[in-house]
Ligand binder design. Sequence first.
Ligand SMILES: C[S@@+](CC[C@H](N)C(=O)[O-])C[C@H]1O[C@@H](n2cnc3c(N)ncnc32)[C@H](O)[C@@H]1O
Length: 163
Amino acid sequence: MPPHAARLISTLIRARRATSVLEIGTSNGCSAIWFADALRDTGGRLTTVDIDAERVTAALANLERAGAREYADVRHGDGAEILADTPDAPVDLVVLDAERPAYVAYWPHLRRVLKPYGILAVDNAVSHRNQVAAFRELPASAAEFAVDLHEVGDGVLTGVRVR
Ligand SMILES: C[S@@+](CC[C@H](N)C(=O)[O-])C[C@H]1O[C@@H](n2cnc3c(N)ncnc32)[C@H](O)[C@@H]1O
């Protein structure tokens, strides 16, 4: 995720005073460092998950090097399974930056795990518009979500759970 997109989401974390953030798609931990830094300010914690074990190892090393390791749990696994195992409404903000065609199947859990006024943030909403199009319709047509598209970085779609 380009730095400007990670910084926008970091601002949302701070503005909401989010303490529980879930990122699906850690890669080498670059965006996780931004989010963990914001969570240091709010007293919160990031859970970030990647399906690739080598990337998890790299992310742990990079978070350690950045001094942000204690604000993040880096998990190896399938984001879909971790979402399905998450109870109702403990999460302030979910970031999707993984396998875009799978997001539609994430939707029932995304709307379930977010707290009221929790935020969904989806990267690549402009750069991979076609891959995100079907998913975008779901929060856009759900009465409890206010959706917006931010033309920053590769495009960040946000949905705030307003009810
Ligand atoms: C674009 S990269 C993430 C970049 C990262 N958020 C950043 O900005 O530094 C996408 C990552 O999603 C991971 N991924 C793909 N499918 C996944 C799944 N089902 N569950 C968790 N991670 C997945 C890939 O292994 C890859 O590392």
